[in-house]
Design a binder for this molecule. Structure first.
Ligand SMILES: O=c1ccn([C@@H]2O[C@H](COP(=O)(O)OP(=O)(O)O[C@H]3O[C@H](CO)[C@@H](O)[C@H](O)[C@H]3O)[C@@H](O)[C@H]2O)c(=O)[nH]1
Length: 467
């Protein structure tokens, strides 16, 4: 068979965390559905520790300096990733450029948490596109901190005015509102802007209708385009054939066990609880959630990652963990979240409001009970409750614990109350708008097309700083 030559080659580099890899893989698949060769560069550690099913995407590896052990403390990790990543990424691209069999790379799309990739791309005279995995509203706040327009620690308890979104301090990203608890965590989101003025494109996993006012504001700063929701096509727009899942799981998944259990449940009868890939709960918190789920009148599917499992109370463990799939509930270490959220048995999603979970729930029309933990999650939860009106945020006590009674009240309100009905209606509206955005001629679809066209015509642009 004759070999089909792809005319362009785009390389994408995610930050090595589940919540960052998923959306960049989706963008990669979308680009690969056009006449483009697409390579995703994973760190050696990720590549050797997970199974990857990324369809037409070519996978290559670079080093973050932690090939055998994975992560370390956040600041040390950032420095070492930059030192090792810059060299090994440049070497990878040079190898591709010098290969007789491969299409040369013309553009690098990189996670906003690794801004040094832009310097590598520009040194090699490639187009550099930064990709944000968190919403525009959150980026707006970090940008203010970067420009010293918002001083940390934040003193003022008054409302802060973000375009289209007045916020109280507690609704800011936790790395801003509570900078004293984890000062080093603010570095990554603030460093996102260190060289952003030089980025050729600034891409966001969101869509125009979702954050119109802040988009207007941010689009004045850079060449911003929204390309989301970056979720598997089967669940949104069906644009890419056979695209059923992200294709990379950092956790062991028991799909059949989970789906068999869910398939046996009545429509709208299951509460789905997941705190994403990173959140670490206090033991007391896990116990309160367990009591609420046991006490509520609904079935539940609860994701408790293996490293969190020891916090589950022993009686609950006996009923729902050691004999998984009891009539009422199932506890599982990782599930096929998209399949779960799109299942007719699902009633609502108790979520930490990681941006991917939020976009997935919104795109599938599932109302949320927002229980934000840290990072961008408090701001995402604010949008869920007050801006998009597709969920409610739980109240925590003076120790930050969500008590059993409060969670039960929230579940009842979303599943049975008037507010819940309203949320479902709103959720359906957002679902429709999300589908429109990624379908033929929708805002995100047009933005991807424009980006691709420009990559083709701008690839030989010389970057003044490196001439
Ligand atoms: O059992 C599960 C649980 C989760 N997921 C998937 O894992 C991803 C989780 O991403 P997200 O909801 O964004 O949560 P985190 O893993 O916590 O993501 C980190 O990265 C996000 C993007 O930067 C931030 O918004 C979050 O605050 C940050 O914690 C989603 O795509 C889920 O579909 C599964 O497939 N199975």
């Amino acid at each position: 068979m004759e070999k089909v030559e792809k005319k362009e080659h785009i390389l994408l580099l995610p930050y090595p965390l589940q919540g960052h890899i998923n959306p960049i893989l989706q963008l990669a698949k979308r680009l690969a559905s056009e006449d483009v060769k697409v390579t995703v560069a994973l760190t050696n550690y990720i590549a050797k520790s997970v199974k990857i099913q990324a369809g037409p995407i070519n996978i290559e590896t670079i080093s973050d300096g932690y090939d055998d052990v994975g992560w370390s403390e956040v600041e040390a990790y950032a420095d070492r990733f930059e030192a090792f990543g810059s060299k090994t990424l440049a070497a990878l691209i040079e190898r591709i450029q010098n290969s007789d069999d491969d299409t040369p790379v013309s553009c690098v799309v990189y996670d906003s948490f690794v801004p040094w990739v832009l310097n590598v791309a520009h040194k090699l005279n490639l187009v550099g596109a930064v990709f944000f995995t968190q919403p525009l509203a959150v980026t707006n706040i970090y940008y203010r901190v970067h420009r010293d327009l918002l001083k940390v620690p934040v003193q003022d308890e008054d409302l802060l005015s973000i375009p289209g979104l007045p916020l109280y301090v507690r609704e800011l990203p936790s790395f801003v509102s509570d900078v004293e608890s984890s000062p080093h965590f603010l570095r990554l989101p603030v460093d996102q802007f260190s060289n952003i003025e030089e980025a050729d494109w600034v891409l966001f996993n969101t869509f125009d209708d979702l954050e119109p006012e802040v988009l207007k504001w941010i689009a004045k700063l850079w060449r911003v385009r929204t390309i989301g929701p970056a979720i598997p096509s089967k669940y949104l727009g069906k644009r890419i054939e056979g695209d059923k899942e992200y294709g990379l799981n950092m956790f062991d998944m028991k799909r059949a066990e989970c789906m068999d259990w869910l398939n046996a449940k009545k429509d709208n009868s299951v509460i789905y609880v997941s705190m994403g890939s990173m959140a670490v709960l206090k033991q007391e918190q896990t116990e309160e959630i367990a009591c609420a789920l046991q006490g509520c009148g609904y079935n539940f599917l609860w994701v408790v990652r293996q490293t969190e499992e020891n916090k589950i109370p022993s009686t609950f463990r006996k009923d729902f963990v050691t004999s998984p799939g009891s009539e009422k509930g199932m506890v599982i270490t990782w599930c096929p979240q998209m399949e779960v959220l799109s299942h007719p048995a699902l009633g609502c999603f108790v979520t930490h409001c990681g941006w991917n979970s939020t976009m997935e729930s919104l795109s599938l029309g599932v109302p949320m009970i927002a229980f934000p933990q840290c990072s961008d999650q408090p701001t995402n939860a604010k949008c869920v409750e007050d801006l998009w009106k597709v969920g409610i945020r739980v109240k925590v006590d003076e120790n930050g614990i969500l008590r059993k009674d409060e969670l039960e009240i929230c579940i009842k309100e979303v599943m049975e109350g008037e507010k819940g009905k309203e949320m479902r209606k709103n959720a359906d509206k957002w679902k429709e708008l999300a589908v429109q955005a990624v379908s033929d001629g929708g805002s995100s679809d047009k933005n991807v097309a424009e980006f691709l066209e420009a990559v083709k015509s701008e690839k030989v642009k010389q970057h003044p700083c490196h001439i």
